[in-house]
Design a protein around this ligand. Structure first.
Ligand code: FES
Length: 107
């Protein structure tokens, strides 16, 4: 991972063959996930924090969800929205693909 001018390079797209893909960003666990696809658009990707908003557990992929093993809050693996605790969500940020790399553009 490298950073310059508010653009953080997460890694080469070709290094990730399956999603959710575990990555560390700023030493914290995250997943690169495929965002919900809109017909006719290219696949978009999202960086989702693996840290559960309930009490800091580390969520893990299970079927189409990211599941926290501590108290079983579950999150949609494409949007980060909880599927069993209304209104809760994992921190998410859109990723861009530039020159074959996933990049996070910080405001
Ligand atoms: S810390 Fe994740 S459900 Fe409680």
């Amino acid at each position: 991972m490298s950073e310059s001018n508010g653009v953080k390079v997460i890694g080469s797209v070709e290094d990730f063959t399956a999603f959710p893909a575990h990555v560390k960003v700023d030493m914290q666990p995250h997943y690169i996930v495929e965002a919900p696809r809109i017909e006719g658009e290219e696949q978009r990707y999202t960086l989702i924090s693996a840290i559960c908003p309930h009490a800091g557990g580390i969520v893990r992929p299970h079927l189409n969800e990211l599941v926290c093993p501590l108290h079983y809050w579950c999150f949609d693996a494409k949007t980060g929205e909880s599927t069993n605790v209304p209104g809760e969500t994992l921190e998410c940020a859109p990723l861009e693909v530039r020159d074959g790399k996933f990049v996070l553009v910080e405001a």
